[in-house]
Design a protein around this ligand. Structure first.
Ligand SMILES: [Fe+2]
Length: 287
């Protein structure tokens, strides 16, 4: 039986319709036709967060985070500066990317989506969260492609069913940024702000992945077709930071909430620093 919609139909309908829709709708649409959760937030140069009630606080928070990143660059940027300089050997890179797959890339969409239930009555925030979660879905598989192509790992056996060495290297068990006390306090006070910490912290990722993309090319000679995850993340998290800026700018309107947000950012960055130091110690055994 002939398929109802042929591949040619899909191709041309999507192309022609999208082109037409773009003329009618000023703001960006997903390929499936959904609006961006906040009008224009995925457009180049969006700065509307600057007119939100807590914009000054958001500016201050970004400056603070810039400082934290600068002081702990190697750790907060997930060892990317070492990749950039070619200081890790191939086995260390395999371990680094595998651990980041297991502990971050593979679980991020779920960690985000879990916040939808705490915000189910807040239509705007709920939709921001679900859209964000959907965009993180499948990014883990791009990272898995790198591990398969560059290191010959088996997707099902070694990656999906592989085990993290977390217990070995992470004495503080602080890897997951979602588990700190400051975040729990923030969640009690404001579920939207507790979610917003995740996309806000993603602001370091475009730089991190740009360093990795360049390091993997220049220092290790990996071909472009292995590097989709890293190339894509040189820009996608520009938009995810914006989701954080928007929610914080809108909701962090009291001194009390601002203090809780700052505590959550500080604790999360500190946890990441400790965890990446511990991961570095672990991979240092593989000289
Ligand atoms: Fe992201």
């Amino acid at each position: 039986m002939e398929e109802l919609y042929s591949e040619d139909y899909e191709k041309s309908a999507r192309k022609v319709t999208q082109k037409g829709l773009r003329r009618l709708i000023a703001t960006e649409l997903l390929p499936n036709g959904a609006y961006a959760p906040v009008k224009g937030i995925y457009d180049i140069g969006w700065r509307e967060w600057e007119s939100l009630p807590a914009a000054d606080y958001v500016r201050e928070l970004r400056r603070l985070d810039d400082e934290l990143i600068k002081e702990n660059e190697t750790w907060i940027l997930g060892l990317a500066p070492l990749v950039y300089k070619g200081e890790l050997n191939l086995e260390q890179i395999r371990l680094l990317e595998f651990e980041s797959y297991i502990n971050a890339n593979d679980t991020l969409a779920l960690r985000i989506a879990a916040h939808a239930f705490d915000n189910s009555k807040n239509r705007e925030i709920r939709d921001i969260i679900l859209r964000h979660a959907s965009e993180e879905t499948g990014h883990g598989e791009l990272k898995a492609d790198f591990l398969v192509n560059a290191f010959g790992m088996d997707l099902e056996k070694d990656i999906w069913n592989g085990t993290s060495a977390l217990e070995d290297y992470n004495r503080e068990r602080v890897y997951l940024e979602g588990t700190n006390e400051a975040l729990k306090r923030l969640k009690k006070a404001s579920p939207p702000l507790a979610y917003a910490i995740i996309p806000f912290l993603e602001r370091c990722l475009p730089r991190l992945d740009r360093m990795k993309a360049e390091g993997y090319r220049k220092q290790y000679g990996f071909p472009a077709k292995y590097l989709t995850f890293f190339d894509l993340h040189t820009y996608v998290d520009i938009y995810h930071e914006r989701l954080g800026l928007y929610v914080i700018g809108k909701y962090a309107t009291t001194r009390e909430l601002q203090d809780l947000v700052r505590d959550a950012v500080l604790a999360s960055r500190e946890n990441r620093t400790k965890a990446m130091m511990a991961l570095y110690n672990y991979i240092s055994r593989y000289r």
